[in-house]
Design a protein around this ligand. Structure first.
Ligand code: AMP
Ligand code: GLY
Length: 421
């Protein structure tokens, strides 16, 4: 089989790695990929937001199906576009992708189906928003209603911060803003919960906890994710039943009621408040770095899983997992998530201890003249599987020390809630 993966991050390297283990594979294309994916796949330098060019490549090279990594092409309808032209795709269509593309779409769905989420209000202009803030309880959560790559969310402790957030959003800091969303601040612990769906059936696809803030102790600016661990420490059967009955099933019904189906990964960002799950947000893809953390624990052939989703036969297979703890630490370029240097060489890869429990997935890297350069903010993902998080962490930090990249930094406290000091 010939498979194409769209995207260039750590998530896509992890997907390429899992796919490469399948004995059904003849060829993998990564569009555009990174310095890690080119070791197991052929990188193709194309703009994945130009659907026509992507289609022409897939058609010419007889690709059996394509897996879409990031949210942008999904929200912009790449699945609808390619399927209409006869290409098989793993991922949700444009209607279903509004679960991530529009926070207001999701909030309205929550309201209709009584899905537990923060109380909310929607406003269309600055004046109404300012009036609302005058009487609102703080902390107050304020969100732009468009894809903002994890940014575009403000947690405002006092009114002045709220006024400023409204101004920045309507001034277009995150792109044109037609609407603004105010949310009640939920106090609890976050958890990421994943399913995979073929439109008829869905199955569990892991749980995790990521660390979004740049600083140790979860402080400072929001990032794409500085590290993660799987499973989440909050995860248990009773909580899972609540997540499924109160959140996942009504959401999938809501999508069916729109006359379509949810196919692909679905990532529920949850806040667990006193053992009760609340939906914070949906993502219509795997998380990054959650994907890198979860996939090495997958035992079942991922191609078999994707194929069964495309054929709507997910009910016929069993998805098996390795019963180990997985931890991931992200190595970033100095300066991230603000300004950072590009095209910095990284050496010492040959010194790393990598095996069936210790993985390295590339993100913002590029290979030129047989040398590897950092070209993005999040550069490399170090993953370790073990019986304990403590042991996994030890192995990761040993490898980070061996790489000894002086132009980068990483958080030293990933998983602190599950690791004894
Ligand atoms: P989002 O992009 O919606 O996931 O928001 C980014 C981060 O902001 C989340 O991961 C939470 O840490 C935080 N957050 C968002 N909404 C709320 C809320 N209603 N209450 C508390 N924290 C929130
Ligand atoms: N790890 C957060 C995300 O993928 O959105």
């Amino acid at each position: 089989m010939k498979i194409a993966i769209l995207g260039s991050g750590g998530r896509e390297h992890a997907l390429a790695f899992s796919i490469s283990k399948s004995n059904k594979i003849e060829k993998i294309y990564c569009i555009p990929g990174n310095a890690g994916t080119c070791e197991i796949a052929e990188n193709i330098s194309l703009n994945i937001n130009d659907f026509k060019i992507v289609y022409e490549f897939l058609k010419k090279n007889n690709v059996n199906f394509v897996v879409v990594g990031p949210e942008d092409p999904l929200v912009n309808g790449i699945v609808d576009y390619l399927e209409k032209l006869g290409i098989k795709v793993f991922g949700p269509n444009k209607i279903a992708s509004q679960l991530e593309g529009s926070k207001i779409f999701t909030k309205k769905l929550c309201k209709k189906f009584n899905i537990p989420t923060a109380e909310f209000g929607i406003f269309e202009n600055p004046d109404d928003s300012y009036r609302y803030i005058d009487n609102a309880k703080h902390p107050l959560v304020i969100k732009a209603d468009n894809l903002a790559a994890g940014k575009g969310v403000y947690i405002c402790k006092e009114k002045n911060e709220s006024y400023l957030a409204v101004k920045e959003i309507f001034d277009g800091k995150f792109g044109t803003a037609k609407n603004i969303l105010f949310e009640e601040f939920l106090e609890g612990e976050e958890m990421s919960y994943f399913i995979i769906s073929d439109g008829k059936t869905f199955k569990y696809f892991g749980s995790a906890q990521d660390h979004k803030r740049v600083g140790e102790g979860d402080v400072g600016k929001n990032t794409g994710g500085m590290g993660a661990y799987s499973p989440s420490r909050l995860f248990n059967e009773e909580l899972e039943q609540k997540i499924l009955e109160k959140i996942i099933k009504p959401t999938l019904k809501g999508i069916n009621d729109l006359g379509t189906k949810y196919k692909g990964f679905l990532y529920a960002g949850l806040m667990i408040v006193k053992d009760e799950p609340f939906l914070i947000e949906y993502n219509v893809r795997m998380g990054d770095p959650e994907c890198q953390t979860i996939l090495p624990t997958l035992e079942t052939d991922i191609i078999k899983i994707f194929q069964s989703c495309i054929d709507e036969k997910l009910d016929e297979i069993e998805i098996k997992w390795i019963n180990k703890k997985s931890l991931c630490v992200v190595l970033c370029s100095n300066g991230y998530p603000e300004k950072y240097e590009k095209n910095i060489i990284i050496k010492n890869f040959e010194k790393l201890g990598l095996n069936e429990n210790n993985y390295l997935f590339h993100a913002g890297t590029e290979k030129k003249d047989n040398k590897i350069y950092a070209v993005g903010g999040r550069v490399l993902n170090f993953i370790s599987l073990s019986n304990t998080y403590t042991e996994a962490k030890k192995k990761i930090y040993e490898n980070l020390e061996k790489l000894n990249w002086e132009k980068g930094f990483f958080r030293k406290d990933i998983g602190y809630k599950v690791i004894d000091k």
